[in-house]
Write a protein that binds this ligand. Structure first.
Ligand SMILES: CCc1ccc([C@H](C)CC(=O)N[C@@H]2O[C@H](CO)[C@@H](O)[C@H](O)[C@H]2O)cc1
Length: 820
């Protein structure tokens, strides 16, 4: 007879089976006979959450008892991906769950597929935050992720007639078993209004904020379970609701809309994720979202400090707050407001605490992505913060003048307020001034940061700057996504590699074993078959897993140069059409990625990919060697099918534009070879694997800057390259669009007239490099060796290595082992 406790905490399949049945019955009111796979998903999710609960509470208790420093990761995005599979892996319950479900006549993979993906992010920045939470828990660091509980996440992408269309992402419609609402953890969030001077009880002159509106922020907690440990940290996402959700007076007067007006307005704050990554959007609601989650998070830290009986002066010893780009950087002014206006500290004491508390990570060099807010908007919605920012700026510029006398140009460049044209608050400057640590996300990026956008700050505070090269979690993106390789690694290396990724190096001692290489290829082939089945099911396109799988998946953006990849494909197509004897190893080109809804050039690139795909796949003269597919709705869920199935990973951004990239690392760890430029983390990946195991091409960041400095003329490259010229003309002619030469004209003109990302300048080198890839592929044994080496040398790119660096060098964090 199972005790109550067992059913909630037992880890073997029999107990799990009972737990699923119990939740079906007591939580869902369903009898097995009529339960759907979605019901079983939910029942299993609740059963697993019970097992997390035990660890979750133990973890929070221990942190409270031990009173150790907490890392607080503030991010407007957390691209978590489906929870169930990852939690089963981290708890070591996959086998037990699979057996329990089999006994109930269910298939675990089908059940896993029922989970809606919490798409609370756009791309790299959001996914990095999720990987970092997994590493913080696995390395047993006390940490809280703070963010926004968007009711609607990143849109679902559907391709209609080759064009991207967006569908609302109703991820919460079936409820979310992985969150626990904490209505008792709620904070007031002021908005708008004005400030006024007053004399406090000790006769001191003080300022206070009289808001125009107040909304409430409610906490929703999600467990973040570590791998192979009992640590279960918290992701606390804030949801907005009206301070007063129903205005009875208005109702009594029959003004029903007014009665619910406050409720509707307030809830809009956390209604939807802004689907843009890179171009900053100066929208008021975006600022509201940023301020909302930041003030709730900082007020929550103050409550935790009070509960622990800590003195306010010790705030920075209790909390290391990391700003994930500038999106939460209003936090610098907000902590000052809370410390001065609400806790009565004087300016200097408050400022010392603030700088000691914050660290700022920059994720992009693109000028259009650096957030600035128009002064009038800022003053209207955050009047007290503007006062505080002015005072921060006054003292800061005094420091600049002291260090760099008679350099008014520098003062103007560094000011928190941009005066050119409409006055703007420069959020990156606020983040730098208010943080004791500033870092980029790859070695090249951190150097470029110091040499360009933040060079003045580096000149003033070189000691604040460091590099923290990104990483990815080997749990989700290797052990979970690639069960075939996982089994081979477990057998070859033992089971510790998921938490000690450096051990992958030992694979190199098996490289000359033909049987090992055979097994290595078999794992890859099975993953390619699995992806081919998925692509056929979602696009109707049939791919042959014996072909070379050449994959580019990431957000669609001109600097990521999906259109350069397309020019190579059209080149191969043209060569085949012109010289039927022309041969190369058959290749399947796969694309995936969302375009920001308002980014029309990116949407046109998606249309061109689908147009080229349609033409090639339907052409018997070429589809025996070439196939192209656009995988719709790229997400964490299908990414787990895509990364393990690649032979070649496309990382072809214009050098100096991709801060790091993280998809590049996921492909490498899954044994794909990379064709890429010396950009972002590609540089360090190539250093790890050796030049001979990396397909490099293109101009370096310096060469790009020089060429653009000298005045780049794309037409020169057209004139000098007949094949390129023919390719551009073919695209412009309407050949891929049923003779309609208008649809791709803007793209062709963009490339031939301005080409801001040097696509034409790198074309010839890219095509030549791709010929090298085809040549290398012809020697499968050699290719397999290179594939093994890419995986074996991927240890550095574990998010565990990155988090250990943040903990040691920025946060001063100690790990706290947890025992249930
Ligand atoms: C305000 C709109 C907005 C939204 C998101 C962003 C992000 C910074 C964009 C982003 O995701 N950047 C990516 O961050 C990854 C994690 O560090 C890097 O690996 C990618 O190179 C970088 O493009 C900028 C501007």
């Amino acid at each position: 007879i199972l005790s109550g406790a067992d059913v909630r905490t037992g880890l073997d399949s029999a107990v799990l089976q009972q737990a699923v049945l119990d939740h079906l019955y007591y939580s869902l009111g369903r009898l097995p006979a009529v339960a759907t796979p979605a019901n079983y998903y939910r029942a299993l999710a609740l059963a697993i959450r019970d097992r997390l609960q035990q660890r979750w509470i133990r973890t929070s208790e221990t942190y409270f008892e031990r009173g150790r420093k907490l890392a607080c990761y503030l991010s407007a995005e957390f691209l978590l991906g489906p929870h169930l599979g990852n939690n089963l892996l981290n708890l070591g319950l996959e086998q037990a769950a699979r057996e329990a479900l089999t006994a109930l006549g269910q298939d675990l993979d089908a059940i896993l597929d029922c989970e809606p993906e919490p798409g609370l992010g756009n791309g790299g920045l959001g996914r990095l935050a999720a990987c970092y939470l997994d590493s913080l828990a696995t390395l047993q660091y006390p940490a809280i992720g703070y963010g926004i509980r968007y009711e609607f996440g990143i849109f679902a992408q559907e391709i209609r007639d080759g064009w991207q269309t967006e569908r609302t992402d109703k991820w919460l419609s079936g409820g979310n078993p992985w969150e626990i609402a904490k209505p008792d953890i709620a904070y007031e969030v002021k908005w708008g209004g004005h400030t006024e001077r007053y004399i406090d009880d000790d006769g001191a002159e003080r300022r206070r904020w009289v808001p125009y509106r107040v909304v409430r922020g409610i906490a929703y907690d999600t467990p973040i379970q570590g791998y192979g440990v009992d640590t279960c940290n918290t992701l606390r996402l804030w949801s907005a609701e009206a301070a007063e959700s129903f205005d009875f007076q208005a109702f009594n007067t029959g003004d029903y809309f007014q009665a619910v007006d406050a409720k509707l307005r307030s809830e809009t704050i956390t209604k939807v994720l802004y689907p843009n990554d890179e171009p900053a959007i100066g929208k008021r609601l975006r600022l509201a979202q940023q301020y909302f989650f930041v003030t709730c998070s900082l007020q929550d830290m103050l409550r935790i400090l009070d509960l622990a009986g800590g003195a306010i002066e010790q705030f920075a010893e209790h909390f290391a707050v990391q700003l994930n780009d500038t999106h939460p950087s209003i936090g610098v002014a907000e902590l000052m407001r809370l410390l001065i206006d609400e806790r009565g500290l004087d300016w200097d004491a408050a400022w010392t605490i603030t700088v000691a508390t914050f660290g700022y990570t920059n994720h992009t060099l693109l000028p259009e992505a650096l957030e600035t807010w128009p002064l009038p908007l800022f003053r209207e919605v955050l009047p007290r913060h503007l006062e505080i920012i002015y005072e921060i700026n006054r003292r800061f510029l005094d420091e600049v003048r002291a260090c760099f006398p008679d350099d008014s140009a520098r003062v103007a460049r560094m000011s928190l307020i941009g005066e050119a044209g409409e006055k703007q608050v420069r959020m990156a400057h606020l983040a730098c001034v208010g943080s004791h640590a500033i870092n980029g996300v790859a070695a090249l990026h951190s150097e470029l940061l110091k040499a360009s956008v933040l060079s003045d700050f580096h000149a003033l505070w070189p000691e604040r700057f460091s590099n923290k090269t990104n990483g990815v979690t080997p749990r989700r993106f290797l052990a979970l996504a690639n069960p075939g390789l996982r089994a081979l690694l477990d057998e070859t290396l033992g089971a510790s590699w998921p938490v000690d990724l450096g051990r992958l190096r030992e694979l190199e001692s098996h490289i000359d074993d033909p049987a090992f290489r055979e097994r290595w290829r078999a794992v890859k082939h099975a993953n390619k078959q699995r992806l081919a089945d998925y692509v056929q099911a979602h696009t109707g396109i049939v791919l042959d897993p014996d072909w070379l799988f050449d994959i580019q998946v990431k957000r669609i953006h001109e600097y990521k140069r999906q259109h350069l990849n397309l020019l190579h494909i059209v080149t191969l197509y043209q060569r085949l059409k012109t010289y039927p004897a022309f041969s190369f190893p058959p290749r399947a080109f796969l694309f995936g990625g969302k375009a920001a809804p308002g980014y029309f050039t990116a949407k046109r690139i998606i249309k061109l990919i689908n147009a080229v795909a349609e033409t090639i796949n339907a052409d018997p003269e070429v589809n025996g060697r070439l196939k192209v597919a656009f995988v719709p709705n790229f997400s964490v869920k299908n990414a787990q099918l895509i990364y393990p199935a690649a032979d070649l990973s496309e990382q072809i951004s214009t050098a100096g534009k991709e801060a790091s990239g993280t998809g590049n690392m996921k492909f490498m760890l899954n044994g794909a070879l990379t064709i890429g430029t010396l950009d972002g983390a590609n540089v360090e990946m190539r250093d790890e694997v050796g030049a001979e195991n990396f397909f490099l091409f293109g101009r370096t960041a310096d060469e790009v800057a020089r060429l653009q400095g000298e005045g780049y003329r794309p037409a020169d490259y057209l004139a000098g390259d007949d094949e390129l010229k023919a390719v551009m003309e073919l695209i412009g002619s309407g050949h891929f669009s049923g003779g309609d030469s208008e649809v791709f004209r803007p793209l062709v003109e963009n490339l031939t007239q301005s080409d801001p990302f040097l696509v034409l300048a790198d074309y010839a080198a890219y095509v030549a490099c791709q010929e090298g890839v085809s040549a290398a592929w012809a020697d499968q044994e050699q290719w397999t060796r290179m594939s093994i080496i890419n995986c074996a040398r991927g240890g550095k790119f574990s998010s565990d290595r990155a988090i250990a660096e943040y903990a040691r060098e920025i946060w001063g964090l100690q790990s706290v082992p947890i025992q249930v």
